[in-house]
Design a binder for this molecule. Sequence first.
Ligand code: C5P
Length: 400
Amino acid sequence: MTLRNKKIILAITGSIAAYKAALIVRGLIKAGAEVQVIMTAAATDFISPLTLSTLSKRPVYSSARGEDDWNNHVELGLWADAMLIAPITANTLAKLANGHCEDMVGAVYLSARCPVWFAPAMDLDMWAHPATQANVAKLQSYGNHLIDVADGELASGLSGAGRLAEPEEIIAVLESHFGHETDLAGKKVLVTAGPTYEALDPVRFIGNHSSGTMGVEVAMAAARRGAEVELVLGPSRLKPVHPKLNVTHVISAREMYAVCTNRWPATDIAVMAAAVADYRPATVAEEKIKKKGGADESFSLELVRNPDIAATLGADKRKGQLLIGFAMETENGPANARRKLVDKNLDAIVLNSIREEGAGFGEGTNKVAIITADRERKYSVKPKTAVAKDILDVVVELQA
Ligand code: C5P
């Protein structure tokens, strides 16, 4: 009952994903929350207010209905501990970004004093459009929290970014906000995330498929739990925003190394989730490298080792500092992870196997084991938001 007695406004707008709102209501109620559903007129075409009022055990307020609604939006805005807009359409994003309030959702949004989360759902091209992206950035600049879209099959038949985050993930975000509001308060947390790009010449690089999601989730969860978070992020499309989060963008392993070694002395907890390139080209050509011979020409590249950031921090670790690493293994996972735990002087290592279904790069979910000197904790496949919470729970336990 992690959301016991929390008052949550769930605003539903007119996307086909609105049917998932039933699962969100059920999940929130199961977690102990009181849920007040409000809907746009368009949303009522996709899911019946009767379904939602039955699940939430409260009348549903929608702009489609008459004056006898509880249309005192100010009162509703003051009542809530959180407002969740899920799904939010491109249209409602545009309206809220510009302060329009001709319907219930807009009016309550403007009146709400509580934190606001929004989970978009739309077709991939609508999501990718610069107008939509600008509206998302605007809402984030007002301090509202994005629950990012997932990648996958869309109702249009196309496939790509634009799916509503899974209801379980949406609920995990709220749980991590309310469940542990302050157990990392005052702590300085350093997180690395994303890939690194190692330049070959001005246009080419060696990189990897890391999306940065896992580390960004850890950084956001730590910020929500009260920590001051420094996120050192390799090239990634993610743009996390939180008042307690400072993001430094880097490209190469050596840049990431420089930022991390500089911050480490003032850090309490470091979580190294980046997929750092182990090697980089020995030289970076000043001009674009040209092919020379015919079709059978070969080209070999000399690579040199990059510094190991985690191992460097581990070698310099003071009493009281915690260092958490990740291991992505294709074979002998636990044994290799345990060796890295010792070699890099880590306090815990998060093992994920890319061979496991639902684990690894780019997926919204992950399946991990967290290994410490004395224990191996195994977890089921879950959204990365929920994995981030598990990792921080272990951190808090290790600090005790
Ligand atoms: O040795 P391996 O690359 O498997 O170790 C993975 C862990 O070490 C991750 O936590 C990763 O972020 C970190 N690492 C690092 N610097 C490197 C290589 C890995 O910080 N050059």
